[in-house]
Design a protein around this ligand. Sequence first.
Ligand SMILES: CSCCC(=O)C(=O)COP(=O)(O)O
Ligand code: ZN
Length: 215
Amino acid sequence: MSQILPASIPATLFHERADAIAEAARELAQHGWTPATSSNFSMRVDADHAAITISGRDKGKLGRDDIMLVDMHGKAVGTESRPSAETELHTQVYRHWPDINVVLHTHSRTQSVASRLFAKDGVVKLEGWELQKAIRGHTTHESALDIPVFPNTQHMPELVAQVDAWIESGKPLHAYLINGHGIYTWGHDMAEARRHLEALEFLLGCELDLRRLNA
Ligand SMILES: CSCCC(=O)C(=O)COP(=O)(O)O
Ligand SMILES: [Zn+2]
């Protein structure tokens, strides 16, 4: 279905965002982090709009036509296509942090297993790993980095409320896991969001290894 853009958004800008999303998604899919059409990706286009993956598409085979425009409440703009089922989790991040421009959500095996294993604690506590410095604002392995694990639900407003509650508690939030589901993380630009995602994938894998080794 074709995308009609508001007059305020040049086609070149939307295409640039769509191409960046498609390229990142293809690369993340090659890592095996987007199995069976899972995962979704978005980029801010302007203060009121984001470009996001259309629901149900194979994230390893995205092109421009697989990306659509939504407003900051997750409503489709200028198309009949259906945005990602999890769009509200993306727009929540953009509404809360105006300087965040990219949101990435993946379903790797490591993320999925870690989300189940740490669900009872409600959080993965990362401490002592040099790679924590890949996360914005973290300058030493000695800092603590908490990644909350929220219960999964098919009712997006419930998930949004859980994320809101964490943010309102004043605790920092760079990423979260959803139990039995996957991870959400974000960044000021694609490079930062990718760095966060790759670092967290690695760190969650390390935590799982420690558990396996009983260390
Ligand atoms: C088949 S994966 C289940 C839905 C999901 O968790 C996901 O990330 C993909 O949903 P979307 O609507 O964005 O394609
Ligand atoms: Zn998902």
